[in-house]
Design a protein around this ligand. Structure first.
Ligand SMILES: [Zn+2]
Ligand SMILES: [Zn+2]
Length: 216
């Protein structure tokens, strides 16, 4: 998840029931039709197990609803209004705690990805390899964008992409294979090959590597 409004990460919410800091958590997915959406990407939830809302809630739910659950004290971003939400266990929400630093990093990565995608349309005329490499080497980027970027390598015809790609470990072998095909074509188009000993680019017809002097 990437939250759009990073300013919520600066907010401090203190639980009015136990005076402890409420934790910024991802809002649970909205079920269409039940009207329970909070209209927010994140919620501030008191995860203190000694909070009276939580510890005292088990009996209240048992008596009123006849099942095993309790409440967590909760506030929406930008508001100090107290809400409660029903939880069935201690660990509800512990899996959706937001790490602000990680969220900021993800947000930055997402922004760079979006800028690179926007630059794809003009990268060939601008002879600009950087947005293409940004997307190919970003394992979190959208697959459509990465595939489009790989195909653009042929038109860009810039052999300096080879080192960057060779030094990257792709999580999906599919991208490895596609990049290999493109590199093979680029080398062929430019009458070059990679020396099998030192990996430097040399003329396709060379019998001896000009870099490492190996006999081919
Ligand atoms: Zn509390
Ligand atoms: Zn060599």
């Amino acid at each position: 998840m990437v939250i759009q409004n990073l300013s919520v990460l600066e907010e401090v919410h203190i639980c009015p029931d136990c005076d402890t800091k409420m934790i910024c958590c991802e809002a649970p997915p909205v079920h269409v039709g039940d009207g329970l959406g909070w209209g927010s990407e994140v919620l501030f939830i008191c995860l203190n197990d000694d909070c009276p809302t939580f510890s005292g809630g088990w009996d209240k739910v048992e008596v009123n609803y006849g099942h095993k659950a309790t409440f967590r004290s909760m506030q929406l971003p930008g508001s100090k209004e107290q809400n409660v939400m029903m939880v069935a266990s201690k660990i509800a929400f512990t899996g959706s705690i937001i790490d602000p630093d990680e969220m900021r990093a993800q947000h930055d990565r997402y922004k760079i990805e979006q800028e690179a995608i926007a630059a794809l349309d003009t990268c060939v005329e601008n002879k600009d390899l950087s947005p293409v490499l940004t997307l190919i080497l970003d394992e979190s980027a959208k697959s459509e964008a990465r595939e489009r970027a790989i195909m653009l390598l042929v038109q860009l015809n810039d052999l300096s992409c080879i080192d960057a790609i060779r030094n990257h470990t792709f999580r999906k072998t599919e991208y490895d294979q596609k990049c290999n095909m493109v590199i093979t074509k680029l080398l062929k188009d430019n009458f070059q090959k990679e020396c099998p000993y030192c990996a430097e680019l040399i003329k396709a017809q060379a019998k001896k590597c000009m870099h490492c002097k190996a006999e081919l």
